[in-house]
Ligand binder design. Structure first.
Ligand SMILES: [Zn+2]
Length: 203
């Protein structure tokens, strides 16, 4: 299964969903909310994502607010907003999904996966099949790695914390410098912003 973004017209906003898992054990699909602002002029593509940690809900609001109705007017390029990357965590207001108790931000593919030809639904970690959140992360990774010039991934720390940003090159083995990822959040000051040069998704 390969995810695709909808066709959009310049100067418009598309609001819908990405079906990231066809059929959960409950029989229903798993969906991520999707907002695409297609600018009037051509330009780079910015992705904004939120709530990979399900209880970090400020990212949900930011991702919704940034794509306001007037955004496509005068915009050069596109903004692709996915307010929630972890529906099973947001539903229960917890950091982890209810598919397991692992950190969902560790479910994005690492070097071994990206350098392989593995299907997004396959595991490269061992004999156990990937859980639903791992499948979601791998499929959404493949989509933004192909589409995004810049990714802003929104996190939340605590009330009164100082904002911080971490930057990391996701994929130096890709042919160009894209995509670059920027993970944003707030900090108490005990966890200062950091910069890393090792490949992989922001942790
Ligand atoms: Zn987080």
């Amino acid at each position: 299964m390969t995810l695709e973004l909808p066709e959009t017209e310049p100067g418009t906003i598309h609001r819908g969903y990405l079906d990231v898992v066809d059929q959960l054990p409950t029989g229903a699909p798993e969906q991520l909310p999707l907002i695409v602002a297609d600018g009037e002029r051509e330009g780079p593509t910015l992705w904004v994502t939120g709530s990979i940690h399900g209880n970090e809900v400020t990212g949900v609001a930011v991702c919704q607010d940034v794509v306001h109705d007037a955004l496509p007017e005068g915009l050069a390029g596109r903004v692709v907003s996915v307010p929630n990357l972890n529906p099973a965590g947001l539903r229960r207001n917890r950091r982890t999904s209810y598919y397991d108790n692992d950190d969902p931000n560790r479910k994005f593919p690492d070097v071994e996966y990206v350098q392989s030809d593995a299907d997004p639904g396959e595991t490269v970690d061992g004999p156990r099949p990937p859980n639903q959140q791992a499948i979601i992360c791998r499929r959404i990774f493949d989509l933004f790695a192909d589409d995004a010039d810049v990714l802003l991934d929104m996190h939340t720390a605590m009330a009164g914390a100082h904002p911080f940003t971490t930057t990391r090159s996701v994929s130096p083995w890709f042919s160009s410098s894209r995509p670059r990822s920027i993970s944003t959040g707030t900090s108490s000051g005990r966890r200062p912003g950091r910069r890393s040069t090792t490949p992989g998704f922001p942790r």
